[in-house]
Design a protein around this ligand. Structure first.
Ligand code: ATP
Ligand code: MG
Length: 195
């Protein structure tokens, strides 16, 4: 039996928004993926100085945002792993199931990937899929020729940071994040102090 084609979309998802969902959906369609696993990060070492919402909140929001789509699932792998978490360990764990992995990253994340922990092993474990993102140039110069598949996704200029600051100043995030996530943020008082 052919290996299942599984997309892996990592992120802080603080909160998850339509930019993430549209990108995952488009890549699933274009690369004929069987599934996309969303992996909320544990302690993102490159964001460790910035305040990140508790993993359980980010996990809950990611579940709420994806549960209506049969192609999407959510992994607790990183939020359950103690200490600083690395993508390479997550991919190693996921690859053990025998699936063919496609690691999906936005243009901004792709630019930083060569500075991540063990980038060469990341690329051994998964095909890299770079997706377009408004305001960021897709640059593959740092990668071996042919090692990154680029996918143009519908341009949605939405970010977690902007959603957080919107909540902080009382501006709406309706339609920028799925309604159950809007409700979760309100109920749990997330981002109230965000600027
Ligand atoms: P923050 O502003 O907190 O960094 P973010 O919107 O960048 O939040 P992340 O969780 O950091 O969201 O991103 C997870 C992944 O999704 C990254 O690979 C990122 O490049 C990608 N991504 C995020 N928003 C978009 C978007 N609007 N279009 C395409 N890709 C996106
Ligand atoms: Mg980001």
């Amino acid at each position: 039996m052919a290996a299942r084609r599984v997309g892996v979309m990592g992120g802080t998802f603080d909160p998850i928004h339509v930019g993430h969902l549209a990108a995952a959906s488009e890549v699933a369609y274009r690369l004929a993926l069987d599934e996309v696993v969303f992996v909320p990060t544990g302690l993102p070492w490159q964001k460790a100085t910035a305040a990140v919402s508790p993993g359980e909140d980010r996990y809950a929001m990611t579940v709420l945002a994806t549960e209506g789509d049969a192609r999407f699932s959510v992994s607790r792998s990183e939020i359950d792993r103690p200490g600083v978490t690395y993508t390479v360990d997550t991919l190693t764990e996921l690859a053990a199931g025998g699936d063919e992995l496609f690691f999906i990253v936005g243009a901004d994340a792709l630019a930083g990937l060569p500075t991540w922990h063990e980038p060469a092993r990341i690329m051994d474990l998964a095909h890299l899929v770079g997706v377009t993102r408004p305001g960021h140039l897709v640059d593959v110069a740092a990668f071996p020729p042919g090692s990154v598949t680029l996918v143009d996704v519908p341009a949605l200029d939405v970010s977690g940071s902007d959603c957080r600051s919107r909540v902080g100043r009382g501006a709406p995030i309706t339609y920028l994040v799925p309604q159950p996530v809007v409700d979760y943020i309100a109920t749990h008082g997330l981002y109230a102090g965000s600027a």
